[in-house]
Design a protein. Structure first.
Length: 317
């Protein structure tokens, strides 16, 4: 089904599903900007889109992203205050009890168990509680790139952290002293989301590597560091892998080389982690991109010509 509101469907493609998969958070441009000599940053408002047919509801102004806590009782969101900084706020899931928690770099923010917020400040990874007091440094050996919409990706178990340092993919365990570099062939200009995704059990990390002849969807076992090639895109580009919950199926976007814009010809595919069962989920429909799978693995949100759509998944698991 197509999700639209106010007759304007331009939405930033950084979707956050609720833990129960019954609603989404999206950020919609509000016409305001932050200008620099080189870049114009679009500002947005945070909207809650239920899937029960009720009307979308604006939760916050100047919110470039929103993310539910693990248990779904809280929502964190970021408000840009400049090209390199943001304020991190929290609210209850019904939009009440809004409070500023901290000031952070314009980088990833995630939730830890126990309703702690993980964020980047001064290139260091920090954690802070809902009251905004007593921040602590996490993994002091890690120095993160600031000023990226997505800088790190925490595993579902909370035990591993994958992050990008320019085009290098780096992995570190939460109890490890030193990080491990995995590959230096990722796309450093990844836009709204880096080209990597964790398996639901946190054992595998899938990513898009820019090979010498063709991009490859690869995955690595974070226990023994064994790398497997899942799919090679001859004559095409790959982006935005997303792992299907409770399965060994990975979704990704593919578009042919030579096309000037990703919006023109992108399709969404599914493939088993062993490389079998490649399936075109787009078919003859209009270009589709930015797949985001619901936590229960039953639904997929995606963009079609700038509109947000949701479909039920019928993928062999």
């Amino acid at each position: 089904m197509q999700l639209t509101f106010e007759g304007q469907n331009s939405i930033f493609p950084n979707i956050s599903w609720s833990p129960r998969g019954d609603a989404m958070l999206v950020s919609k441009p509000n016409g305001q900007t932050i200008e620099t000599a080189d870049v114009t940053y679009l500002l947005g408002d945070l909207w809650l889109i239920p899937l029960d047919g009720t009307a979308p509801r604006k939760l916050a102004t100047n919110a470039s992203w929103g993310k539910w806590s693990k248990g779904g009782q809280w929502i964190a969101y970021g408000s840009l205050t400049g090209p390199t900084t943001q304020e991190v706020h929290v609210m209850r899931s019904d939009g009440s009890d809004v409070r500023k928690v901290t000031t952070a770099d314009r980088a990833s923010v995630d939730w830890l168990p126990g309703d702690e917020i993980l964020y980047v400040a001064g290139r260091q990874l920090k954690a802070i509680g809902l009251q905004g007091q007593n921040p602590r440094t996490v993994l002091p050996a890690v120095s993160l790139d600031s000023n990226q919409d997505d800088t790190f990706l925490l595993s579902p178990t909370g035990q591993q952290l994958a992050y990008l340092h320019q085009s290098t993919l780096v992995l570190i365990g939460v109890n490890e002293a030193e990080p491990t570099e995995l590959t230096n062939k990722l796309d450093s200009n990844h836009g709204y989301r880096p080209d990597l995704t964790w398996s639901p059990n946190g054992q595998w990390l899938a990513y898009i590597e820019l090979g010498t002849s063709a991009p490859q969807l690869q995955m690595i076992d974070v226990k023994d560091m064994r790398v497997s090639t899942v799919y090679t895109a001859e004559g095409s580009h790959l982006q935005q892998p997303s792992w299907l919950s409770g399965s060994q199926v990975i979704l990704f976007s593919r578009y042919p080389r030579g096309t000037e814009t990703f919006d023109c010809c992108a399709k969404i595919f599914a493939v088993n982690s062993d490389g079998t069962g490649l399936n075109d989920l787009t078919g003859a429909q209009a270009p589709q991109q930015y797949p985001e799978i619901s936590p229960d693995g039953a639904k997929i949100a995606f963009f079609r010509k700038g509109d947000l759509w949701v479909a039920f998944l019928h993928v062999e698991r």
